[in-house]
Design a protein around this ligand. Structure first.
Ligand code: ADP
Ligand code: ZN
Length: 821
């Protein structure tokens, strides 16, 4: 058998094609599909991924050699290679970019290998049976103990040859150690105290410690075994002095050790044991029965589980995972980034023990790498994580669960701009696995697919037990101001309700959506908000030019003096912060213990944990927060939820803003009354006539769905069309405008020539200036995915798109965009 002599390699670059390299003889028996290689690319040497091996190649090609292959086993499986290939096509990214996204951080670093001499190398050097070039390398490394490739290259200058190093490595004369980049947070270290190993006999120790009982006590304690300083503080407070003395006398020593960290609270499962399953309710039983049957077929199926908040979806997830494990298969559990809290992890650990790996952005790069490695080595059967968990290197996958499937965080906001839901479905199709999408408020797209039979639709219409849905009160803040002369942020009802809760010793959530970053214009009197007549998105106010603009179709309007509906005074509105809300809350309820939870107050995990505990244990009366409080946290003591400025999210200039608002308010309302006391929700709106509020108040998802779907159909928005946005960013406004004019001219014939495609824009993006760049976008709208793909392929091939003017000009294609600001 001849060994394959050529490798197809892709790089973490926006390039569609693989490149062919020659595999040098020394590496021919080592390079495998799915491995990383270091290869010359232009003037640099960079890490790429082998996607295929061949023993022949086009003789006319002038090929370069692969420089090195650092892996002993592939970093990505055939299955994930196929998935990333699919992803690259679907989202118009490079294959290498997709592979990179599927791997943990640190694996793309080209300089993370450290070389040292092996014993065999020492001997070879001494016996002088190495080539001259090899000797130079070995001598250098011997002198400096351990060196990176970069350091070796630097020291040897022109005489450095990469294959010399590779050969030495292969012959076992060099040892290599793979290190993650320095910048990635290393292990956490702890100090450990122990008795010294130089044998001191008892009598000696007794004499040394005769006059110091504290030291004697500590000496005895350490005699039972070494202890970390944390442990020591618990068992022996004020140990610092005695420990120092013991060290001076040579009886004890301390050293620093590395301790791996895990996401989530440490649980001692050996003593507590695992939790068993709950007795299903009849509704749960029925839903589970269907899923169990599907799991047994081992044929890919997608399910949408629509279950109100508190209907017991989690228990169903757990039992499905168990079912998959029992059949010898594995499972991925995905949750939105912000609900991947230690509480979630705790819950799964209590059921599955050590069989769980966690992929979490709160972990350091090293920790994430270790968790990934556990999965890859088959040590665990379950991976829990946010979006990127869809790439967990599990074999024999049985089920992928996506909780809160409507959540926007499942779409990646950077290249490759994949949606984890679509990616999960693609992966399950290959693996013959089940995809279970769960939500109380499914995305319109998913619900629509369920209605058309593309997904199987399952429902859990009731909360577990006798717990009622919360009652929702809608407050008209215009009346509050005009009729009651109440200019406060709080309506009289909300104020009264808060005071009542304080008397009862119950807790309150105050929720403010802060995501609205664009300015919009609203009538003070009737609450009318200026919208684009064609696109049905709020017009954005641009303060520099004083115009109103539709950032979908570029319609412009002069900022009016008066409302077109009622003639009232027009004001612009640009949001309101949680900090201000906190101040007002404190001054209005001075006796209440108020806390604020958002990204500013909880930068660290421990700050977040502390607040969570305070809340659980009743040390906080009023908690103010943003989206962060809406998911993954169960506070049974909360019986009142107040939403201030509920309209804010309605006016984000995005066609999904109503859907998002509905989902958000329903989620927030779901936080009220999960304990034994029924919850109450007060929503304060300046525009209370909006249809979204009726459906929120009556907990009517299906009603909302029908209404919103009809609107989408009329305006040709998804799910009745597919969109892609092309974002252009340029440091100069003038040059940027010239560029987008040129693009428009080139796009026009492409769009005219294709049936079922329209081009919206170019228009200024809602966030027109960001990081010193001016931003515009085009929106391609197509009848279906195929039509969209074919036009995008043509767009990408245009020179104007492929080669933007200047290195600072960025062109970004986003298929199925979720965030269009
Ligand atoms: P969801 O995820 O649908 O919002 P959860 O899964 O959080 O709902 O369930 C709500 C509560 O009901 C949880 O406290 C859970 O432990 C409890 N629960 C779920 N199923 C059962 C059951 N069959 N019997 C008793 N309690 C249950
Ligand atoms: Zn418009």
């Amino acid at each position: 058998m001849t060994l394959p002599a050529y490798a197809q390699v892709v790089f973490n670059l926006p390039l569609p094609d693989a490149f062919t390299y020659r595999i040098p003889p020394a590496l021919q028996d080592r390079v495998q599909v799915g491995m990383r290689v270091l290869a010359p690319f232009g003037p640099r040497k960079i890490t790429g991924y082998v996607v295929a091996l061949t023993d022949t190649c086009d003789a006319s090609l002038k090929l370069k050699d692969i420089e090195d292959a650092p892996d002993t086993q592939p970093v990505t499986s055939e299955e994930l290679l196929a998935l990333t290939r699919w992803l690259a096509d679907r989202y118009h990214a490079g294959w290498g970019e997709a592979i990179r996204a599927a791997l943990p951080a640190g694996l793309d670093d080209e300089e993370h290998e450290l070389f040292s001499l092996s014993p065999k190398g020492e001997i070879a050097l001494r016996d002088k049976n190495v080539s001259a070039a090899g000797t130079a390398v070995l001598q250098l490394i011997q002198k400096r103990k351990q060196l990176s490739r970069k350091q070796i290259r630097h020291a040897l200058k022109k005489t450095y040859k990469s294959h010399t190093l590779a050969t030495l490595k292969l012959e076992g004369l060099l040892l290599t150690e793979t290190r993650l980049r320095k910048s990635s947070v290393p292990y956490k270290t702890e100090t450990v105290a122990s008795l010294t190993s130089n044998v001191v006999n008892h009598a000696q120790a007794e004499t040394l410690l005769a006059r110091s009982p504290k030291q004697k006590e500590l000496y005895a304690l350490l005699g039972n075994g070494e202890l970390t300083v944390t442990e020591l503080s618990k068992q022996f407070p004020k140990h610092a002095g005695p420990l120092r003395e013991l060290r001076k006398k040579g009886l004890a020593e301390t050293r620093r050790v590395e301790v791996p960290r895990y996401g989530g609270e440490e649980i001692d499962l050996s003593t507590e044991g695992l939790d068993g399953p709950l007795q299903f309710t009849p509704d749960q039983e029925q839903v589970y029965g269907v899923l169990k049957d599907a799991l047994e077929t081992q044929v890919a199926h997608t399910f949408l589980l629509q279950g109100v908040t508190g209907s017991g979806k989690t228990e169903i997830y757990i039992r499905c995972i168990q079912q998959a494990l029992d059949a010898g298969r594995t499972a991925i559990m995905m949750v939105p980034e912000i609900s991947l809290t230690p509480q979630t992890v705790f819950l799964f650990r209590r059921r599955f023990g050590e069989n769980v790996a966690i992929l979490h952005s709160g972990l350091s790069a090293v920790e994430r790498y270790l968790e990934w490695e556990k999965i890859r080595q088959g040590e665990v059967g379950i991976a829990i994580g946010a979006r990127s968990a869809v790439f967990a290197p599990l074999n024999n996958l049985g089920i992928i669960i996506i909780d809160e499937e409507h959540d926007g965080s499942y779409k990646q906001d950077a290249t490759p701009r994949y949606h984890a839901r679509e990616t999960a479905i693609a992966r399950a199709r290959q693996a013959g696995a089940v995809v279970l999408l769960g939500s109380a408020t499914p995305s319109l797209e998913s619900r629509h697919k369920a209605a058309r039979g593309e997904y199987h639709h399952l429902t859990l219409p009731k909360r577990i037990g006798t717990r009622l849905m919360p009652t929702v009160h809608l407050m008209d803040m215009r009346k509050e101001r005009d009729e009651r002369k109440n200019y406060s942020i709080f309506s009289l009802e909300l104020k009264k309700a808060i005071l009542e809760r304080m008397d009862l010793g119950e807790q309150v959530f105050l929720f403010l959506n802060r995501r609205g970053t664009a300015n919009y214009v609203v009538c003070r009197k009737c609450g009318f908000v200026f919208e684009c007549p064609h696109c049905s998105v709020s017009l954005t106010f641009h303060s520099r030019t004083k115009i109103l603009l539709c950032h979908y179709c570029n319609l412009t309007r002069v900022m009016p003096d008066h409302c077109v509906e009622c003639g009232g005074e027009v004001i612009r509105f640009s949001g309101f912060g949680t900090q201000k809300l906190e101040e007002e809350t404190r001054s209005l309820f001075p006796a209440a213990r108020t806390a604020r939870l958002d990204r500013d107050t909880t930068r660290t995990r421990s700050a977040f944990e502390a607040m969570y505990r305070d809340m659980r244990e009743g040390r906080i009366d009023i908690l103010i927060g943003t989206q962060m409080i809406t998911k993954g946290h169960d506070f049974p003591g909360v019986t009142l939820v107040g939403v201030v400025y509920a309209d804010l999210s309605l006016h984000i200039p995005d066609f999904r803003s109503c859907e998002r608002t509905f989902q958000l308010l329903t989620q927030v309302a779901g936080r009220a009354g999960r304990g034994t006391v029924p919850g109450r929700v007060v929503i304060q709106a300046h525009n209370p006539d909006h249809y979204v509020y009726d459906y929120v108040a009556s907990h009517d998802y299906d009603g909302f769905y029908e209404k919103e779907l009809a609107l989408r159909q009329r305006l040709h928005y998804p799910p009745y069309s597919r969109l892609a946005s092309l974002l252009i960013e340029h440091p100069s406004e003038k040059d940027g405008e010239a560029y987008i004019d040129r693009l428009q001219t080139e796009f026009a014939p492409l769009v005219r020539g294709a049936e079922g495609v329209e081009l919206l824009g170019p228009a200024r993006a809602a966030l027109y200036r960001l990081h010193d760049l001016f931003r515009w976008h085009f929106i391609f709208r197509a009848r279906n995915a195929e039509v969209l793909q074919s036009v995008l392929h043509k767009v990408k091939r245009l020179d104007a798109v492929a080669k933007p003017p200047g290195t600072q000009c960025k062109v970004t294609l986003d298929v199925d965009p979720v965030n269009m600001l």
